[in-house]
Design a protein around this ligand. Structure first.
Ligand code: TYM
Length: 336
């Protein structure tokens, strides 16, 4: 089988609302990269159940997540959009990778430590092996590139280690070593309430994040209430180094406007946050408004979204199934 030159796989957890961090760190890049790459995008429900989920809510939020990706501009004709659990090969390769990855490698994963918290003994085994399944998501398509936010960098390094280790253990050049594509001015969007915490779906306070589904009024209100400091804005990014909240808002502005922070600060040198926040709210609403309108339209037509996901799963299986069979052959499984 010939290897595709440029193939992307990326995934997003279908739990709760997608937020501005997901959008600027990853999903906007998914849309932009579609012209240049063959793309596979999935809603990772197998990953979602590494922590407890309500079954009915998971089903709904998986469909909502797909609708949000379509609303952002994922094109189901050129890209393959699907639900991870609909393609069994992910889990099959995930098991094989559990037998390649070492405990020592997984013990270094910072995301497990953050998510498991103090109560490590009560974390699921699935949460622990989360990164080996993520490696399988990517390598079951022999993807070469993976657009993600900065927080996934370590998981991508592990994916490369697994690919390399598999190739050398079995004496093959089968898996590519995929590259992370961490692109743009907002690869790590922080909470609106605390510039040292990542913007996250799981934060208890909704005022820490801007959701793609928020109304214009709510977006304006959240930005107005965002934490800042008492100083006016500096004319240069160096002046933001010790000002986490200000730096975050300027980064969001720059990413949304497709400008650099230095360029944005030239316009706001010495400005008060009240003026800056007003403009940031206007810009955010202008960018998220059309997505929000499209999302509402798609949410009214769940049959259409389901049809796209069915078609996507079929196209994903057509690529993943032959690869998992080749891997089983390499590993030595009998197929009588
Ligand atoms: P998830 O669902 O947490 O996030 C989806 C994408 O959004 C990015 N992201 C952020 N970027 C910038 N600032 C933030 N505050 C922020 N929060 C989230 C994430 O980096 C990610 O790109 N493990 C993955 C899902 C996954 C996956 C994969 C990704 C499963 N299999 C295979 C790539 C390839 C995750 O939990 O993403």
């Amino acid at each position: 089988m010939t290897k595709p030159a440029k193939r992307i796989l990326s995934g997003v957890q279908p739990t709760g609302n997608l937020h501005l961090g997901n959008y600027l760190g990853a999903l906007r890049n998914w849309v932009r990269l579609q012209q240049e790459y063959e793309c596979f995008y999935c809603l990772v429900d197998l990953h979602a159940i590494t922590v407890q989920q309500d079954p009915a809510a998971l089903r709904t939020s998986t469909r909502d997540g797909a609708a949000a990706l379509l609303a952002m501009g994922v094109d189901p004709k050129t890209s393959v959009l699907f639900v991870q659990s609909n393609v069994a090969a992910h889990a099959e390769l995930g098991w094989i990778f559990n037998c390649v990855a070492r405990l020592g490698w997984l013990n270094r994963m910072t995301q497990f430590k953050e998510k498991a918290g103090k109560n490590k003994e009560q974390a699921t085994v699935g949460l622990y092996v989360y990164p080996t399944l993520m490696a399988a998501d990517i390598l079951i398509y022999r993807a070469t590139h993976v657009p993600v936010g900065d927080d996934q960098r370590q998981h991508l390094e592990l994916t490369r280690d697994i690919a390399q280790s598999f190739n050398s253990q079995y004496g093959v050049e089968y898996f590519p070593l995929p590259e992370a594509l961490i692109l743009g001015e907002a690869t790590r969007v922080m909470s609106l309430r605390d510039g040292t915490m990542k913007m996250s779906k799981s934060d208890a306070s909704d005022y820490t994040r801007i959701n793609v589904s928020d109304s214009s009024d709510l977006i304006a209100q959240k930005i107005r209430k965002a934490r800042t400091d008492a100083e006016p804005l500096p004319g240069d990014p160096k002046g933001l180094e010790t000002r986490a909240e200000a730096k975050n808002l300027v980064g969001i502005f720059a990413a949304l406007a497709d400008r650099t922070p230095a360029d944005v600060l030239r316009d706001y040198d010495g400005a008060q946050f009240s003026k800056f926040k007003e403009d940031l709210a206007e810009l955010t609403i202008a960018k998220l408004g059309p997505i929000n309108d499209e999302l509402r339209r798609l949410n009214a037509d769940p049959g259409y979204v389901d049809g796209i996901l069915r078609d996507g799963a079929e196209r994903a299986r057509a690529v993943a199934d032959p690869i998992v069979r080749e891997v089983q052959e390499i590993v030595g499984f009998l197929r009588p």
